[in-house]
Design a protein around this ligand. Structure first.
Ligand code: ADP
Length: 519
């Protein structure tokens, strides 16, 4: 008891861990996809933010630079106006009014003479001053120099321009006369840097929000897209676990819900559902077959059992003739039982070899079908003669035909068709003797065997079912039979890559047609 319970518990645990694994495998794909998505999104958003920052910084710095330049140009023009034409050029004092008109808010203007002495500063609080290296560099060029300096802990952008004596035009004459002072215009970058820092923070914040938003949406979309896959995994594992525990596979009747559209996911779901359809129908066929086989085997056994039991009990009291009849019946039923078991065995072997044949690469031997058919017809005729049956077998058009396959199996198919034709043509009391015609032709690269009879025929409602295992038409029930012959014939013909079909007019006769690929 204990061991049974613990086995069941461990079985449940295995099932639970399998379903967790299945769920995780679906989710892990989701996680992996999200990693890819995030991995692509993050650099994309970072590049975008970086580009925005660079463009904004360039634009702001450009504005600052042009503001400084324009102030410097105006200041230079005004300075030249206040210089005297002769050395020492500088007026006694550079009046603030001369320059203040041109200063912009935040911009500082300073003037130094050639000895680097500050002559004027628009901002009395702070002075940038000019180092001697920059001074020297400036003396060698007529163009302004730009640099960044630190003023009272804040960064500033500075433009330094050389001042030449009035009236000097052209770089050569300017250099020759030498500079008489320096004009220094600067603007604090405090506001610019603060704006850029704010922009940076905003970009990081919105970028992170967008990343979270995109990832959230992506997670939901991927989950929705992969849902059929996890349904499919769940159902497949439920079926597998039912089968593993020997339970009736109840999940076979369920189907995975199909997502809309015709994308790969719907195709996977369609293929899975189609597979379930065919498994379900073949399981149903198998169940029906087992039920039919048991029923067919049970019927003769019941007769044998009944007759023997009766005989054992009343053997002394039964008249000899009746005793003989009962024994003969029992014997007939054992023969029927034996032939049924033979046919079942044949069908099982044919089914088994069907799977094996699919894996065989070796070509099958060649069979001369016309010779096999003619020798069989000869044998059948002899048998009919011996039995005194009035049915005639006629040979129609026979062409030399060679096909690949097992000769014994082909012979068996012909025997089934001919025996059926004889059986269902053999006259009842009120019918004339019938005729069977066999023909073998080459048609469209196929060997076509036709067996026609003038027998009882098959009703159209029965025609689609006669190749099913154990199916017998009502018209045929008066004659001996198991309902397995045509099922065996179809399995053997399909093994040879051929087809079998039937046409019939009830009361007039039937034609069975087997097509096999020619060599
Ligand atoms: P059975 O043992 O009943 O003959 P088969 O599988 O050979 O089983 O045939 C299935 C059914 O097909 C028969 O029961 C009969 O109804 C029908 N059938 C087969 N061959 C013929 C035929 N030549 N003429 C009429 N009916 C036929």
């Amino acid at each position: 008891m204990f061991s049974k319970n613990s086995a069941r518990r461990s079985g449940n645990q295995v099932q639970a861990s399998q379903s967790i694994a299945a769920r995780w495998s679906a989710r892990s794909l989701r996680v992996r996809l999200m990693f890819w998505y995030g991995g692509l999104l993050l650099p994309g958003l970072s590049c975008f933010a970086f580009l925005m920052l660079v463009l904004a910084s360039n634009a702001i710095n450009g504005n600052v630079q042009s503001a400084i330049s324009s102030v410097a140009r105006v200041a230079m023009v005004n300075l030249h106006r206040s210089l005297s034409p002769e050395p020492p050029y500088w007026p006694g004092q550079l009046t603030p009014e001369t320059l203040d008109n041109y200063t912009s808010p935040g911009i500082t203007v300073e003037v130094f003479d050639q000895d680097n002495t500050l002559l004027y500063s628009s901002d009395a609080q702070s002075s940038l001053g000019l180092d001697s290296a920059t001074h020297r560099e400036l003396a060698q060029s007529t163009e302004p120099i730009w640099y960044r300096a630190n003023v009272d802990g804040a960064q500033a952008l500075v433009e330094v321009s050389p001042i030449y004596p009035p009236g000097q035009k052209g770089a050569a004459s300017k250099l020759k006369s030498g500079m008489i002072g320096v004009l220094l215009v600067s603007k604090s970058l405090h506001d610019v840097n603060a704006t850029l820092a704010l922009l940076q923070e905003l970009l990081v914040l919105t970028g992170s929000l967008m990343l979270v938003l995109f990832l959230g949406c992506g997670w939901a979309v991927v989950g929705y897209t992969l849902r059929p896959l996890s349904d499919l995994v769940r159902m497949a594992s439920a079926i597998a676990s039912d089968a593993a525990h020997g339970k009736r596979v109840s999940h076979l009747s369920q189907r995975v819900r199909r997502p809309g559209g015709r994308d790969e996911m719907s195709q996977v779901v369609d293929a899975f559902n189609e597979m379930l359809n065919s498994i379900e129908s073949s399981t149903a066929v198998q169940r029906r077959f087992i039920a039919d086989a048991s029923h067919e085997l049970r019927a003769p056994l019941t007769t044998i059992q009944g007759n023997l039991a009766f005989l054992i009990r009343y053997v002394e009291d039964i008249p000899p003739v009746e005793r003989h009849t009962m024994l003969a019946d029992a014997h007939g039923e054992t023969l029927r039982l034996a032939s049924l078991v033979d046919e079942l065995l044949l069908l099982a072997r044919a089914d088994a070899s069907m799977g094996q044949l699919a894996n065989t690469v070796k070509p099958a031997p060649i069979v001369e079908l016309d010779r096999t058919l003619l020798s069989l017809v000869r044998q059948m005729r002899r048998r009919l003669e011996m039995e005194g049956t009035a049915v005639k077998i006629e040979i129609g058009q026979i062409e030399p035909v060679r096909v690949r396959g097992d000769e014994e199996n082909m012979r068996r198919v012909m025997v089934i068709l001919l025996e059926n034709a004889i059986k269902y043509t053999r006259p009842d009391e009120d019918r004339d003797a019938g005729k069977i015609t066999v023909a073998l032709l080459r048609e469209d690269q196929q060997a076509v065997l036709r067996v026609s009879d003038t027998g009882i025929g098959i009703e159209s409602k029965d025609l689609p079912h006669i190749f099913e295992r154990f199916y017998r038409a009502d018209l045929a029930r008066s004659r001996e039979g198991t309902g397995l012959g045509l099922a065996i014939a179809r399995t053997l013909v399909e093994q040879l890559n051929g087809t079998i079909a039937a046409e019939s007019v009830p009361g007039e006769g039937s034609t069975f047609c087997v097509s096999l690929p020619l060599v």
